[in-house]
Ligand binder design. Structure first.
Ligand SMILES: [Zn+2]
Length: 311
């Protein structure tokens, strides 16, 4: 349940219902605020109208409206004006709408994406179960620095369980991609198998960030690859895919730490679909230094979720 913010307004009864339309039109023109609220409320046959924000006394409010040219004929006496609380902003969820409309009638345009995210129904329980496993795998890998891993389809879960023993702590936050511990897992578009996984390997090269290695491993599965990776690297012939337009199209990426801007750009260029990470890092390109995936000038978007840490 997400609470709503409220604001106080002056409300008056409309004693001459014929004046309603003119009052609504006049008030809306000089007070372009609170558009998310209905201006008039029918309460047991009585019409009540929002006069304006309660920034001043009722007398001052009335004087201001008159000075702005509003005709107040048809309203109840000033001494009968009421102070009430209304929702300050347009409700974002059904529960917020229910709370807001109890205060005063308001507009609501349901956003199913926001609704699912806030109510925890964006992923199914089965999907969440798998995502926890992939994140656990990235955690386990993060504790095995200077190694590179690849897997065949469908064997990732077992390896995750094997590796996970006692390795459920995220290393403390550092500058993005500068720490000694970071794990990356790339999962196929179906979300059920690991395509590539990597840990930090910067002892061999300063630009061998875990994400860069993981993307390069995906490229190798598709017959490419640019980094001079040799040790601990193994791709069998039957696991090499047909070349795709982009390396990680529709793939999920699981990271123990927020990556640097270079690595985020790599994920953008390779068309990752969803990125999960646990730990914020200064200089990171997802939330800390920038939100690259939201920039209006880029030609690809991916979803970012923070969490899915140890349970
Ligand atoms: Zn990086």
């Amino acid at each position: 349940m997400n609470p709503i913010s409220v604001v106080k307004v002056w409300v008056a009864k409309i004693v001459d219902k014929k004046a309603t339309q003119a009052l609504v039109k006049g008030l809306s023109e000089i007070q372009p605020v609170l558009h998310h609220l209905k201006r008039v409320k029918n309460q047991g046959g009585e019409l009540k109208i929002i006069i304006g924000l309660m920034e001043n006394s009722a007398v001052e409010c009335k004087q201001k409206l008159v000075s702005q040219g509003l005709q107040l004929e048809g309203l109840d006496l000033l001494e009968n004006w009421e102070k009430i609380e209304v929702a300050q902003c347009l409700p974002q969820t059904r529960s917020q709408y229910d709370m807001a409309s109890k205060l005063w009638p308001c507009n609501f345009h349901e956003d199913k994406t926001i609704e699912k995210l806030l109510t925890g129904s964006w992923f199914t329980s089965r999907q969440l179960e798998m995502k926890f496993k992939w994140m656990q795998l990235s955690l386990a890998i993060s504790h095995l620095p200077d190694n590179v891993f690849t897997w065949h389809e469908n064997c990732g879960v077992k390896l995750a369980e094997d590796l996970f023993n006692g390795s459920n702590q995220v290393a403390p936050s550092t500058s993005a991609c500068m720490g000694p511990s970071m794990g990356v897992v790339v999962v196929n578009p179906s979300g059920d198998a690991v395509i590539a996984a990597a840990s930090v390997r910067k002892a061999l090269h300063p630009l061998h960030h875990a994400v860069m290695i993981a993307v390069d491993l995906v490229a190798r599965r598709q017959g490419g690859g640019a980094l001079p990776l040799t040790e601990g690297f193994n791709v069998k012939e039957e696991s090499i895919n047909e070349p795709n337009s982009y390396l990680c199209t529709d793939c999920e990426i699981y990271l123990t730490h927020e990556p640097c801007i270079m690595c985020c750009m790599s994920l953008l260029h390779s068309r990752a679909k969803t990125v999960f990470f646990i730990e914020n890092c200064s200089g990171g390109g997802l939330v800390s230094e920038a939100r690259l995936h939201t920039l209006p000038t880029i030609n690809h978007r991916f979803q970012v979720f923070k969490g899915l840490g140890p349970v």
